[in-house]
Design a binder for this molecule. Structure first.
Ligand SMILES: Cc1cc2nc3c(=O)[nH]c(=O)nc-3n(C[C@H](O)[C@H](O)[C@H](O)COP(=O)(O)OP(=O)(O)OC[C@H]3O[C@@H](n4cnc5c(N)ncnc54)[C@H](O)[C@@H]3O)c2cc1C
Length: 294
């Protein structure tokens, strides 16, 4: 909104956003458009001073708690696919917008399918101009990836993550001999995770300094990717240290911490999918950070 909104949109939306009023969902992914987002198919058809929306979004995080959703919609099906897309703000409190929960393997349902059936959005709520949504949407993804990388958009480093407590958990569960973890493989993996965590914090700092000069750039893809991998490795190691205590799903035979470890291990799998998969981040790093040819 700050970069692409017009003055009227800024005046209308920013004060409420700054006060924290209203929750916003993100409507990008569709059943046939994830990594290949430009193939999205939700249709927005102009009808006077509004758009009529029809189609389906998927994996909409927290949509059941949200008041608004920003969507990428196809406004010009005849144009080349990247050029016929618009970013539109939609009020979710209308009969044309339905939210259906999707249950995950971890047991929770933070995700939804969001259906649009003749939903309405005023034409003045297209951000960045009609058919310019690909540019706006990509820019927004850079901010999302920075947040995933533990960097908030004001340029500060996120607090120490839950991952920083993993070594203590591992030390409590891993068999110890002569005052150190007995298993040499576990020891080496723990040291590597600690080293990677330190490197990650230095890289976050580097991205923050870049951001202070400009705004979140492509390097956030690299920090997002390494942060996700470190977190996944850490939770994998917790399970290795717990042994059979780390495979519990429910029941009195396991401590709450152990049951949580199993679920958290599964939850972490989402980190290399959300906000663009690891393969997509590798493509971006190769092309946009390292400048390798297509
Ligand atoms: C926790 C979480 C929260 C999410 N929240 C939201 C949300 O709020 N709003 C929203 O719109 N979406 C959300 N998503 C969806 C997310 O953006 C997509 O899942 C993601 O972009 C991948 O798309 P897909 O699931 O369709 O997988 P696909 O694109 O079908 O990918 C399947 C596999 O193929 C690989 N692949 C695809 N293309 C290439 C390529 N060109 N090169 C190499 N490999 C490739 C992928 O890396 C992946 O391994 C969320 C996802 C998660 C996990």
């Amino acid at each position: 909104m700050l970069e692409y909104g017009d003055d009227e949109q800024k005046a209308r939306w920013l004060p409420g956003i700054a006060r924290g009023e209203g929750g916003w969902a993100m409507g990008y992914s569709e059943p046939g458009a994830g990594s290949d987002l430009a193939s999205l198919d939700l249709k927005a058809v102009r009808d006077g001073d509004q758009f009529v929306l029809n189609g389906r979004k998927i994996w909409t995080s927290d949509a059941m708690h949200c008041d608004y959703i920003f969507i990428l919609a196809r406004t010009s099906p005849d144009k080349p696919r990247h050029q016929g897309i618009s970013l539109i703000l939609v009020d979710m409190d209308q009969p044309g917008v339905q939210v259906r929960p999707i249950r995950l393997i971890s047991g929770s349902s933070p995700f939804n399918e969001t259906l649009f059936e003749d939903a309405i959005a005023p034409a003045i709520d297209v951000v960045g101009g009609i058919d310019n949504g690909w540019t706006v949407g990509k820019r927004l993804l850079q901010f999302e990836r920075s947040t995933h990388a533990g960097i908030n958009i004001s340029g500060s480093q996120g607090g120490r993550s839950a991952e920083s407590r993993l070594p203590q958990t591992i030390m409590r569960y891993a068999p110890v001999a002569d005052g150190r973890i007995a298993d040499a493989d576990l020891r080496e993996r723990l040291v590597r995770i600690e080293q990677n965590g330190h490197a990650q914090r230095l890289s976050q700092q580097r991205v923050i300094e870049e951001m202070q000069a400009r705004a979140p750039g492509f390097a956030s893809s690299a920090v997002k990717l390494t942060g996700a991998r470190n977190a996944q490795d850490g939770h994998e190691l917790v399970l290795s240290a717990m042994g059979l205590r780390g495979v519990g799903w429910e029941g009195a035979g396991f401590a709450a911490e152990e049951l949580e470890a199993t679920r958290e291990w599964l939850r972490q799998k989402a980190l290399t999918i959300a906000g663009g998969t690891k393969e997509i981040q590798l493509n971006i790093i190769a092309k946009r950070v390292l400048g390798l040819p297509d």
